[in-house]
Design a protein. Structure first.
Length: 349
């Protein structure tokens, strides 16, 4: 009798880089994050020296104009880290649990749902506090996610990746139309919503970003708990079920984490798209497809993209600036195309 080797690969590990390469990738990401943080503090329409940054951190002088500039940039830097981590992790969680390479908080309509809910809260309920806006954003994201799953589940095949993408896109258009209709009939709501709508880190104070950190940590931990399930889902729902995973429960838990992350990011910075779509694909080139490594890497790579986008937006057209939501799309689109042409492999729709 001829001995045969088991052909069942370790879930999520079949084409994964070795541990040494993964650790090297994390080291590179940390170095890039550090460089992006320093660039965010140093560069802008008014550049400052490294000594000024150091003095502003340790011996802040409110009468010093340069240190005041650093203080304002420090708030934006913290915001980029918090929001970037939330969006990167949310994208990884969505792509993993839905087995959909196009899953993103923007494409699946979560950003649009949060935006509409915030507009309703501001325009009709007079909500102005961070807690109220965050609650509205959570509710909007949760409602749209449920609707997307319900729409995608229609038919014999269930919620396939392409049906999720199409359902999310359709709902995003419809919800966006409702949002625009409300803004057209309420000038006061439009004024308060305008800067928030395009995605900005400049209209929110550091206290707001700091208060969002515990919520982002909670959402990240919830999504991280689904990493093993995401590895199994990458081999197909039937295989994941055969391996003993309860996909229904895992997707509910993962969806809660994604809603917390997406809702928090949208509440404090507006609907910033493309980060959750591109970051998991970029990180996959570095650490492979094992979500136990990919998800933590997205927590680092998301802030890098947002910091770079915000910094470039400040220096590209001084003394004006381009908001980070616009810059993410301008930088992310070409990078994503280059990644695709260089052989990026994704799950087939």
């Amino acid at each position: 009798m001829t001995a045969t080797k088991s052909i069942t690969p370790h879930v999520g590990q079949e084409k994964s880089p070795r541990v040494g390469r993964k650790l090297t990738a994390f080291l590179i990401l940390f170095l890039l994050l550090a460089l992006a943080v320093f660039a965010s503090l140093l560069l802008g329409a008014r550049s400052v020296s490294l000594d000024t940054v150091t003095d502003a951190i340790w011996n802040f002088d409110p009468t010093n104009g340069d240190q005041g500039v650093v203080a304002s940039r420090f708030a934006r830097t913290v915001g980029a880290i918090v929001v970037g981590a939330a969006l990167g992790m949310a994208g990884a969680g969505l792509q993993g649990l839905t087995r959909n390479p196009l899953a993103d908080t923007g494409i699946l309509g979560l950003n649009a749902g949060s935006s509409m809910s915030v507009v309703l809260a501001i325009g009709f309920l007079g909500v102005s506090s961070l807690a109220g806006i965050m609650a509205a954003a959570f509710i909007g994201a949760a409602v749209v996610m449920i609707l997307v799953y319900l729409v995608a589940n229609v038919g014999r095949e269930g919620a396939t990746p392409i049906k999720l993408a199409l359902g999310g896109a359709a709902l995003a258009v419809g919800v966006g139309a409702v949002t625009n209709a409300i803004l057209m009939i309420s000038d006061s709501t439009l004024d308060r919503f305008r800067m928030w709508q395009i995605g900005s880190l400049s209209t929110t104070g550091i206290d707001t970003f700091l208060s969002a950190i515990p919520v982002v940590v909670l959402g990240a931990l919830i999504v991280l708990s689904t990493a093993k399930v995401s590895n199994a889902v990458s081999m197909g729902d039937d295989t994941a079920t055969a391996l003993g995973f309860n996909l229904g429960r895992a997707r509910v838990i993962g969806s809660i984490g994604v809603v917390v992350l997406a809702g928090t990011a949208t509440a404090v910075a507006g609907p910033i798209a493309f980060v959750g779509l591109m970051i998991p694909h970029a990180v996959r080139l570095l650490v492979g497809s094992d979500y136990r490594w990919l998800m933590p890497a997205c927590l680092i790579a998301g802030p890098i993209l947002l910091l770079v986008a915000d910094t470039v937006g400040r220096i590209i057209a001084p003394p004006s600036e381009i908001q980070v939501g616009v810059m993410c799309a301008m930088l992310g689109g070409p990078i994503f195309i280059i990644m695709m042409r260089s052989g990026m492999k994704s799950v087939s729709l």
